[in-house]
Design a protein around this ligand. Sequence first.
Ligand SMILES: NC(=O)c1ccc[n+]([C@@H]2O[C@H](COP(=O)([O-])OP(=O)(O)OC[C@H]3O[C@@H](n4cnc5c(N)ncnc54)[C@H](O)[C@@H]3O)[C@@H](O)[C@H]2O)c1
Length: 296
Amino acid sequence: MNATADTALTRPIRRVAVLGAGTMGHGIAQVSATAGYETTLYDIDMATVEAGLARIRRNLDKGVEVGKVDPDDRRATLGRLRLTSDLPRAVREADLVVEAAPERIDLKHELWRAVEREVDENALLATNTSSLSIARLAEALERPERFLGLHFFNPVHIMALVEVVWGPRTDEATRSDGMAFARSLGKEPILVKDSPGFASSRLGVLLGLEAMRMVEEGVASPEDIDRAMELGYRHPMGPLKLTDLVGLDVRLSIAEYLHETLGSEAFRPPEILRRLVAQGKLGKKTGEGFHVWRNE
Ligand SMILES: NC(=O)c1ccc[n+]([C@@H]2O[C@H](COP(=O)([O-])OP(=O)(O)OC[C@H]3O[C@@H](n4cnc5c(N)ncnc54)[C@H](O)[C@@H]3O)[C@@H](O)[C@H]2O)c1
């Protein structure tokens, strides 16, 4: 059975509010406006919201340059975007609120409490958290049945996957609206039960950790381990290269979290990962991780 067969929204969505205009928020606002939703981008000050808009412009300009975005669509997308640093204004008329604020439970709880005071009682509420439990986040809400995770990937305008994460209190209509909304953005959603690492990180991180243990054991070089997955399993990028791109420090903290919450030794961070992080070798962003990078 295909659990993702439902396509129609059970509640009309016309206006979307995106909270947080950083790495993820600006991208979510971009794909929302591109898909035809009146989209409001919010952050704590106008300079940050405007920086988010500048990133959207750059993405769209690049799209036009390479022939992936029609100039008229670029104009229409920008025309559907509103900017604000006033939270009540951002969410008051929203049919869907997508939160992409920093990954801190206290901050997100406070934000969601403030949102719920202003937002329409039927609005759909979604968080883009990559690791926090949907059940824990929902504790801040009076009406948690309309709350779920919409886990987009970076860069949002390019990556097709969205994990639609349902918690113990998320109702059926909310799940199916989350799936339908993601599809309306041209994304490919998957339905995932709230659990540490959801479906993507739990598997992806594990592969990276095992590859690191293989480097420690001298099974093969990082280059050859990556090549094994790229050529033998058709992965577009080997697990160590991917770790370098994501950042070794980011991977270490995810591994520590998954080790603690899932209790499986498979997620215990390998010594080599801790050592490289302590040496400041964090991957592409510092020029070296499991590979050496010539950063342009
Ligand atoms: N970066 C990624 O690759 C990635 C991928 C998937 C999911 N996520 C998740 O997305 C969320 C945002 O991550 P990011 O990488 O975009 O972070 P970011 O730091 O780039 O952006 C966060 C933004 O939130 C703003 N902010 C701070 N306090 C706020 C508040 N009280 N209300 C609203 N906004 C506030 C900040 O000013 C900043 O612009 C996190 O939950 C993260 O786990 C990140």
